[in-house]
Design a protein around this ligand. Structure first.
Ligand SMILES: NC(=O)c1ccc[n+]([C@@H]2O[C@H](COP(=O)([O-])OP(=O)(O)OC[C@H]3O[C@@H](n4cnc5c(N)ncnc54)[C@H](OP(=O)(O)O)[C@@H]3O)[C@@H](O)[C@H]2O)c1
Length: 262
């Protein structure tokens, strides 16, 4: 499949790439990239990242870096990216593609009046909002106009960014904030191709955690029903849909598109 936004020599960055949707994005996008492209896979579990790298063609250089994306600094991001570019130069790439996929569901046992622990709030928002925003800025600044590199930014958002769910105060609020952040980013950077992709309900560890722990019985019942009726999507299904959206390019910068949208 030829997809213009993945064409040319690409520097592809995927966060949360060791499992679930991020893993599938790496496995599906990798073979589509031109020879000489580089992929940077970030998550904590290095063994899983290395296993994924083995499945990607040797025409492409894959960098696997274990990183707690809730604990890093701007300098760590800069060093990691520059470390990947040691054998090449930034202007050797036609395109940089960033997939902000990392995400955690957070504590879904608490109602809003029980969300009193400021340290938890900070830690949760650092991983799910603050550091994705910092990573994004680091990449945009490293690949600035002087490199003449086209840029594509994909934020993996959620239905919960726009649909209210009891006991999901951390997740719903952070997903809404992150989506809006990338809309502001798109407005300020009209040269960047920005997509907020909502992947639908997908059979991953995160989905299992919500099913098992969410305090709201209605949400629990709804998700369990999806599992019992086999209506939870596979990671392959949702990433295939993402590719179709990228191929068709029917969105405006910053738009939100859901798996189920026409
Ligand atoms: N599954 C769904 O139904 C669904 C629905 C809507 C939206 N989404 C969104 O899709 C994205 C991916 O979700 P998923 O379901 O694939 O989740 P998942 O299976 O739980 O995978 C999460 C990924 O994030 C990484 N990660 C978690 N904490 C990290 C940390 N502190 N530092 C570095 N990496 C970390 C994990 O790797 P390590 O453990 O190796 O670090 C893993 O690779 C998220 O943004 C989520 O909000 C999912």
């Amino acid at each position: 499949m030829s997809i213009e936004v993945l064409s040319g020599k690409v520097f592809l960055v995927i966060t949360g790439a060791s499992r679930g949707i991020g893993r599938q994005i790496a496995i599906t996008f990798g073979p589509l990239l031109q020879e000489g492209s580089h992929i940077l896979l970030l998550a904590r579990n290095l063994n899983s990242l290395q296993e994924i790298a083995k499945n990607i063609s040797s025409k492409v250089t894959v960098h696997t870096v274990s990183m707690d994306l809730g604990e890093v600094t701007k300098t760590d991001f800069e060093k990691t990216i520059l470390g990947c570019l040691k054998e090449t130069t930034r202007d050797a790439f036609d395109r940089v593609v960033v997939v902000h996929n990392v995400g955690t569901i957070g504590d879904v046992t608490k109602l809003t009046n029980e969300m009193l622990d400021i340290d938890y709030w900070k830690q949760y928002y650092t991983l799910n909002l603050f550091l994705p925003a910092v990573l994004n800025a680091v990449i945009m600044n490293l690949f600035d106009e002087s490199t003449n590199t086209k840029k594509v930014v994909i934020n993996i958002t959620s239905l919960f960014a726009i649909q209210v769910n009891a006991a999901c105060g951390y997740y719903c609020s952070v997903k809404a904030a992150r989506e809006m952040f990338f809309k502001v980013f798109a407005l300020e950077n009209p040269d960047v191709n920005v997509l907020n992709y909502s992947p639908g309900p997908v059979d991953t560890d995160m989905f299992q955690i919500v099913c098992e722990t969410v305090k709201n019985p209605e949400t629990k019942k709804r998700l369990k029903h999806m599992q019992e009726t086999n209506t939870v999507l596979t990671t392959e299904q949702t990433v295939k849909r993402l590719l179709k959206i990228l191929k068709e390019q029917k969105y405006n910068a910053g738009d939100r598109i859901d798996y189920f949208d026409n």
